[in-house]
Design a protein around this ligand. Structure first.
Ligand SMILES: Nc1ncnc2c1ncn2[C@@H]1O[C@H](COP(=O)(O)OP(=O)(O)OP(=O)(O)O)[C@@H](O)[C@H]1O
Length: 269
């Protein structure tokens, strides 16, 4: 199921990564990696454990300086910018990290208000009012705003972290394994939320995942990382048909068949 907001390949990429290398000492994670994110698309990034999906995300959002390569975002060469200009560009990103990363000593509305106070200089009252709007946008009930992370289920924590990622009205949303740890119903609801938000807010989404259901439900394109590079980045059917052992095991193993079956139910005669 892919919405009308699917990216047109005639558009220039919003994010254009070329020749990226990430090395930690003698350990090379990426070498000469290229990847694009098009406006309005949800790009799923998959690959075996340790293939560098999170490292790639962290390099693009500015948390990790790559060893080599170019990262062009909104037409600007990110690695060539001054710290001040970089943070201007990075303000247009929203990031949801794997473990949610909420401050445990703050209520949800205080967590979401924090970037609004720090980056926009809103008063505490205005920031918390806007935070409540963002929490509602992420599908949380009104009474959740004054709760603390310890009082919430895993699914609610993800939604609160998503609300915080949306606080500054980003144009690009980066999600690192957003459905990890959620039960299948909670994960499916989160996938639908991502689609709804993309359509409503015109977001472009870079989504690192292991979740096959997410790929089938939410992603316009899928990029597979393997041996330090992007092995293939295309529509799911093209990717699933690519001749590669990992792709074959991933898409055509029991979980892959189940996800495909759920996305393409056989119609009763
Ligand atoms: N700061 C760091 N210093 C040294 N090595 C690192 C650092 N960050 C990541 N790595 C290594 O880079 C490799 C890729 O890590 P990354 O977390 O990106 O993998 P991943 O594809 O996201 O894996 P998973 O699917 O298991 O989450 C791993 O071998 C990891 O140990």
């Amino acid at each position: 199921m892919v919405s009308a907001a699917r990216a047109s390949r005639n558009d220039a990429p919003l994010i254009r990564v070329r020749g990226l290398a990430n090395r930690f000492g003698a350990h090379s994670v990426h070498e000469d990696l290229d990847i694009d994110l098009y406006p309005g698309e949800i790009l799923g990034v998959v690959g075996g454990s340790g293939t560098g999906k999170s490292v790639l995300l962290r390099s693009i959002v500015g948390l990790l300086r790559p060893s080599a390569g170019h990262i062009e975002v909104f037409g600007e060469d990110l690695l060539g910018l001054s710290a001040r200009d970089r943070s201007r560009v990075e303000r247009r990103f929203g990031v949801l990290f794997q473990r949610g990363a909420l401050f445990t000593s703050l209520s949800l509305q205080e967590n979401v208000a924090l970037p609004l106070i720090e980056h926009i200089g809103l008063s505490r009252a205005d920031a918390e009012a806007l935070a409540r709007v963002k929490l509602a946008l992420a599908g949380l009930p009104g009474d959740a705003a004054i709760k603390y992370p310890a009082e919430l289920s895993g699914g609610m924590i993800k939604r609160a972290a998503l609300a915080r990622a949306l606080a500054l009205d980003p144009e690009v949303l980066f999600l690192d394994e957003p459905t990890a740890g959620l039960d299948p119903i909670g994960a499916a609801a989160f996938d639908r939320l991502i689609l709804t938000l993309r359509d409503a807010l015109g977001l472009s989404v870079f989504l690192v995942t292991h979740d096959l259901d997410t790929l089938y439900t939410a992603c316009d394109r899928v990029a597979v990382l393997s041996q330090g590079q992007v092995l293939v980045a295309d529509r799911l059917d093209v990717v699933a048909a690519t001749d590669d052992d990992w792709i074959h095991d991933y898409f055509h193993g029991p979980r892959g068949r189940a996800a495909h079956g759920a996305a393409h139910p056989v119609e009763e005669p």
